[in-house]
Design a protein around this ligand. Structure first.
Ligand code: AMP
Ligand code: MG
Length: 409
């Protein structure tokens, strides 16, 4: 059994330490809503207008004063079109032909749809009795002037931005983008597109982390693959520190002979090296360089992505000033047993689905921290607590559906 030793830091403690004393970026900038997808609001937004901004017709038909409908036919006084209102109040005993979206003429209290109207030389007659106020969209019934629409710290999504357009808002104040410098360390790494020489592997981590960061609306400064030698690492850390708010490296934070990252960081920053009670993702480094925050992720690609999700992501949200909880969880029933030793919190890749209204989850077979292939099929993390041992089929487990930055297109 894996020893449940005090020197392994719990995931919860690591998450708390990462957020400790961290305040959101203070700088703002003004941008147009067309450029605002994914950005984080610096100020709350209140509606400058009522929506609708005037009472208007929900139908093509006739605007009337309902009490006068007893004496049909009603003469047609004129037309009201969207963008071309009927001028003046409704004359006594008459109706105005009206189109969807046209302002309700003064004096009208009801709209009768065209399909219920018969028009002849005398005027308009209605085939059904109407209800007072029907087919009128009222001023402010969607959004009232002065109403709070979004809080500061809200990340703007596709579904949000059209609302701002409907309120006539073009310029908004958003937080400056977080600048994140990333690099991979390892003499064995080459970029995709190149043939592999003996002992080489493709750099997966930098690609994965850059993608996730961009989905989180960070500005990525990609410093490439850094060789396992001290001068190159020192140069990379210096550059990254000068240009970024956060520096993320992968690899080299373990105890191997070529793990120079650790040595270099011990010299140039105030960095703690953690052994996390976490599977995958045991080695992790965190601390401050001279002007930036630093996260040293493990080298194995699955560990790098899992630690990014569980540890770095909440930190990024905090720096971006987003107040919402990072993780949504569900309870699911395990379809087949998980065999494991207690000792570390585990984040297995799983696939969940609903069957007859019940949430079921299956752990992917290949859970090795070097086996990235199972990420694609998986859609959630199965979160297993540190002291939990084997879990039988049929037992309930907590799952985290993959966050959008991992699962989204
Ligand atoms: P390290 O933490 O540097 O000892 O790396 C642990 C394992 O992860 C080794 O098998 C490395 O070859 C592998 N690894 C490190 N960095 C990467 C990377 N960027 N992409 C894919 N595998 C990596
Ligand atoms: Mg390495």
């Amino acid at each position: 059994m894996e020893p449940f030793t005090a020197e392994l830091l719990s995931v919860e403690s690591a998450q708390a330490l990462l957020l400790d004393g961290l305040s959101p970026l203070a700088e703002h900038e003004t941008i147009e809503i067309t450029d605002a997808l994914g950005r984080v609001l610096a100020d709350p937004i209140f509606s400058p207008i009522n929506v609708p901004n005037f009472d208007n017709s929900a139908m093509d038909g006739y605007a009337v004063r309902l009490a006068e409908c007893a004496q049909q036919p009603l003469a047609i006084a004129g037309r009201a079109l969207a963008g071309n209102p009927f001028a003046g109040p409704l004359p006594l005993g008459q109706a105005v032909q009206i189109m969807t979206g046209a302002p309700i003429p003064e004096g009208c209290d009801t709209v009768i749809m065209q399909e219920q109207a018969i028009v002849d030389a005398q005027g308009v007659r209605f085939t059904q009795t109407a209800k007072l106020g029907q087919n009128i969209r009222h001023t402010g019934e969607d959004v009232r002037v002065g109403q709070s629409v979004f809080d500061a710290g809200h990340r703007l999504k596709v579904k949000d931005l059209p609302l701002l357009a409907s309120l006539g808002i073009r310029d908004i104040s958003v937080k400056r983008r977080l600048r994140v410098a990333i690099f991979s360390t390892g003499d064995e790494l080459v970029s995709p597109g190149t043939a592999l020489a003996a002992g080489q592997i493709y750099d997966t981590n930098r690609f994965a982390i850059a993608l996730m960061l961009r989905r989180l609306d960070c500005e990525v400064i990609d410093l490439g693959i850094i060789a396992d030698d001290k001068p190159s690492l020192i140069q990379a850390f210096d550059y990254a520190d000068q240009h970024a708010d956060v520096v993320i490296s992968t690899g080299g934070v373990s105890v191997g002979a070529a793990d120079y990252t650790k040595e270099v960081l011990q010299e140039c920053g105030d960095i703690a090296f953690w052994k996390l009670a976490m599977k995958p993702g045991k080695p992790f480094a965190f601390g401050r360089l001279s002007t930036s925050l630093f996260c040293g992720l493990p080298g194995n690609p699955v560990s790098a992505v899992v630690t990014f999700c569980q540890l770095v992501y909440p930190m990024i949200l905090r720096l971006q000033g987003i107040g919402t909880e990072p993780f949504a969880t569900l309870t699911a029933t395990l379809t087949s047993a998980i065999r494991r030793q207690p000792g570390r919190s585990e984040f297995q890749r799983g696939y969940y689905s609903y069957q007859q209204g019940k949430c079921l989850v299956t752990a992917e077979k290949k859970q090795g921290s070097h086996m990235f292939s199972t990420f694609s099929h998986a859609n959630c993390f199965i979160c297993i607590e540190r002291e939990t041992g084997d879990i039988d089929a049929g037992e309930s487990v907590i799952i985290q559906p993959f966050p959008e930055f991992l699962n989204g297109a």
